[in-house]
Design a protein around this ligand. Sequence first.
Ligand SMILES: Cc1cc2nc3c(=O)[nH]c(=O)nc-3n(C[C@H](O)[C@H](O)[C@H](O)COP(=O)(O)OP(=O)(O)OC[C@H]3O[C@@H](n4cnc5c(N)ncnc54)[C@H](O)[C@@H]3O)c2cc1C
Length: 363
Amino acid sequence: MIQVQNWTVGSRRAYVIGAGLAGLWTAWNLAQEGHEVIIYEAHEPGYGASSRAVGIVSLQLPLKLLGYALEGLRAYKSMGLVRETMSLWIPRPEVFECALSVARELERHGMPISIGTVEELINQGTVNGDERAILMVQAIVDPGDVINALYSKMAAWIVEGSATVRDGMVLVNGRPLDDGPVFIASGPWSTDLLGLRGLRTYRCSAFGVESDDELPGLIVEDDIMSFYYVPEGGRRRGIIAGPDEPLNLTNEGFRVNIYEAYDVLEAASKRMPSALGMRPVSAWAAPCVVAPDGMPAVGEVPGMNNVYVFTGLNGAGLTLAPALSKLLVDAFEGVSQVPQFMRPERLERLNGDFLEPFDALCA
Ligand SMILES: Cc1cc2nc3c(=O)[nH]c(=O)nc-3n(C[C@H](O)[C@H](O)[C@H](O)COP(=O)(O)OP(=O)(O)OC[C@H]3O[C@@H](n4cnc5c(N)ncnc54)[C@H](O)[C@@H]3O)c2cc1C
């Protein structure tokens, strides 16, 4: 266990629960505001989805989240972690106009885009289809590099400890915390911990693939066939992922079978013929969490004193954590407000199936 030492007398202490991307970014922003931070982690940093993300700094998000995603992109660029790749985005026809407004906004930020049918944008034979699509540049980062970069700044602040909540109070290893705000960033486990209603847990999974043939050298995000493909370093390696699975038990989210990849490859082959020649070589998964409106949960926990939550980051937590953690810390400091559409109290009023960022595009 790592001990915390040398706290400065008179400074303000803040507690963070969970050392995933949400918790580490929150801790970093709290420290920038002069707080002494203790991060309690039940397992090890990156234990949940955070070390298992594919690594796309997703810009295919609803307009109202786009500014936060671009801020995330700037943060990763300034850390020197970004690799850029062309990306073909094929939204479902019913959200195409909303996707187009997102693309136009990216263009306004100096990011070139091309619009046309799949056939017009890409050589036929690599990716097929006559649906309207958007060609743009996307950034990829290695989540392991992000965790390591943050961990190296904050290793001394991380303490092994499991949080529980009793009578509205947060306990760690069964003991109440001293005075100080508590920021719950324990991913899908935040839901059980806080008894937050409305959030849904599901499994995010991905498969490493190899082929004897050359594979497409661009990202394909296909919301019609429900898969995404990401080229890896070599020309014959990639990552492919299919639809997400709703979960009843959070820990079941780690379970994945490499043979599930064949269903994804079959669906993908209708769009990318080369998927037929891909062999799955690895598989990984973790629980992710989302609200029915597809928006994160950021802000003070209703009915609890001095307790804040940062979760519901969906399949876009790598992208959104830098900016939304700053938003939360700024709101805590009283210098800004969390917009209504992200506040936890709205969750009580929500119902319905969970939404992916794609589905929430027109929300
Ligand atoms: C296969 C896959 C692909 C993905 N691809 C992308 C992508 O390309 N781009 C993108 O932006 N996002 C992607 N994501 C989503 C992204 O990984 C998540 O949104 C993000 O990691 C969520 O971070 P978090 O810190 O909220 O949660 P987590 O990473 O789950 O972290 C929660 C932490 O809290 C700890 N904890 C839990 N309970 C307690 C407790 N009681 N006390 C103390 N600690 C506790 C856990 O041990 C864990 O370390 C992907 C996810 C997966 C699984």
